[in-house]
Design a protein around this ligand. Structure first.
Ligand SMILES: [Zn+2]
Length: 171
């Protein structure tokens, strides 16, 4: 109870201001919506600093969406593997939104096609996972129902034909 009272007021102020900062960045993330690069990443982009590895991109080297080509490929692989979404990569400052970051115009159509294909593949694998989970759940339910039925059958008295004829005692 008295931990806060015993805390250094400066430490409290520091904790509060870092909390406020976190909340503000969260709020920014939510209100800016998809496809918005954080301010820090935008300034990196202007200085041709790779968003993936933080190292400069040489002027004579192609940059892909704010990344070294190799770094961009690594991000694409992470997206393809479903480890993060494209929006997540952008919002966390790893990937410049489309049409910025100096991608040559002639690659735009191809990239767009590949991106859509990647998204479709990701959705498909998400669906597969959902479907297989649903099937597993149904199978478990079915197993449970069968087990319940068997238990009920075992608890019931054996179903035998009436033995009336044998009960004629002393006739
Ligand atoms: Zn890089």
């Amino acid at each position: 109870m008295d931990t806060i009272a015993r805390m250094d007021p400066n430490a409290i102020a520091e904790k509060l201001s870092s909390l406020i900062e976190e909340l503000q960045s969260l709020h920014r993330m939510i209100s800016e919506g998809p496809g918005t690069l954080p301010a820090e990443a935008r300034s990196m982009l202007k200085k041709r600093i790779c968003l993936g590895c933080g190292k400069p991109i040489p002027a004579d080297e192609r940059s892909v969406r704010g990344n070294h080509e190799a770094c961009w490929k690594r991000i694409q692989r992470a997206i393809e593997a479903g480890r993060m979404t494209e929006d997540e990569a952008i919002q966390n400052g790893f990937l410049a939104p489309k049409r910025t970051g100096g991608r040559p115009q002639k690659h735009t159509r191809l990239s767009e096609y590949l991106r859509q294909k990647d998204t479709a593949a990701q959705k498909t694998s998400e669906f597969d996972e959902l479907a297989s989970n649903a099937v597993a759940e149904m199978a478990a339910d079915l197993d449970a129902a069968i087990a319940r039925d068997e238990a009920e059958q075992a608890a019931k008295p054996p179903v035998t034909s009436p033995k009336r004829s044998r009960k004629k005692k002393g006739a």
